[in-house]
Write a protein that binds this ligand. Sequence first.
Ligand code: HEM
Length: 362
Amino acid sequence: MLKRETIWWGALIVGLLGVVGYGIYQVFSQEDQPSLPEFHFLTDSGELISAQDLRGRISVVGFFFSCCQASCPKICQAMQELQRQLRNTDARLVLISVDPETDRPERLREVAKSLGANPRRWWFLTTTDSDSERLFTWIEEAFGPATRPKRLSWYYAAPRGWDIAHSNRLFLLDRRGRLRDSELVVRLEGEGSPWFEVDEEAVARLAQKVRRLDSVGGIPVRWLPTLNVGLNATSLVLLLAGFVAIKMRRVFWHRSLMLAAATVSALFLLSYLYYHWQVGHTRYPGSGWDRMVYLVVLMSHVVLAAALAILVPLVLWFALLQRWEVHRRLARLTWPIWIYVCASGIAVYVMLYVLNPQLLPF
Ligand code: HEM
C-alpha cells in the first residue's frame, strides 16, 4: 500500500515532467516560417546592415519615398503614432525607401529629423548601390508578390511624387525575422478620392499585436534573460541549502528544498527554450580568448543541462521509492553537475549581457 505522501510526490514529479515535456513539445512543434532573404542596406546614419540585422527585436516594416506626394506622409504619420504607442517595448520601426536613387542616407537623415524619429528605435533604409529593381525583387520575395513596388512612369508619365506605387501595409516581423502579420494602415479617404488617411484602428491593432508578441504571461520577452539568471541563482541557493539540510539529517527540509530547486529549474528550462525560440541564437561579440572561454563554458553548460533532464527525475524517482542507497549514489553525481549548470548559466549571462550590455535590447 502506497503512503499518501508518496502519492503526492509522485503526482508532483509526474506533473513537473509533464509541464516541461509539454513546453518542449510546443516549442519544437511550432511551424517555422521562413525568415527574411539576405540583402544589404544602408541606414540613415550611413551604417551598412544586412536583412539579418533586423533579427533580435520585433520589427514593424513599411515602404516609402521621401518626395512622395501620395500615401507616404500618412505612412510616416502612422509610424510616428506607433513610435508613441510602442515606447514601452523594444520594437524597431523600419521604413525602406523604394526610391534609392534619390533617397541616399543624407536625405533619409533629414526625413528622420523632420519626423522626430528616435534613432535607437526607428531605421530608414536604402540600398547600397541605388539599384531599385534588385530591391523590388527582394521586397517581393520577403513580403509577397502583391508588395512588389511599380514604377508608374514606365507605364504613363506620372508626375514626380506619384511615380512609384508601393504597399501601404505595415508588416510585423518577429525577433527571428519571420513575417507574422500585416495591417493596411493607410487607405483612400473615400471612393474615387486621390487623398489618403491613416486608419487609426489598424495602427492600434498593429500596436496590440506587437505587444502580444513582445510578452509571455505579461513578462516582456526582453526581460527573460534576466528572469532566467534569477531562476538559475535561486536554484543554486536552494541546492546548496538542500545539501546542508541532508548533512544535518533534516530530511523534511532536504526534500522541500530539492523539490523547490527542481520546480525552479523546470521553470528556467521552459523560459530558456521559449526565449531562444523567439530570439534565436545570441552571437558572442568578441573574437579573442574570451570567446574561447565563453564557448567552452556554454558548451559544457548545455551538455550537462541535457544530462540533468535525465538525472534529476531519476534521483527524485529513487527518493519517491525510498531506495535511499541508490538515491544517494546517483544524487552524489547529480548534485555537483546541477550546481555547475546553475553557476555556468550565471557565468554565461554575465559574459554575454553584463560585459556586453548592447546585446540586451532595452
Ligand atoms: C533531485 C533532487 C535531489 C537531490 C539532488 C538530492 C541530493 C542528495 C544528496 C547529494 C544526498 C547525499 C548526501 C550525502 O552526501 O550524504 C542525498 C541524500 C538523501 N536524500 Fe536527497 N536529493 C534530492 C531529492 C530528495 C528528495 C525529494 C528526498 C525526499 C525525502 C530526498 C531524501 C534524501 C535522503 C533521506 C537522503 C539520505 C539517504 C541516506 O541516508 O543514505 N532527497 N540527497
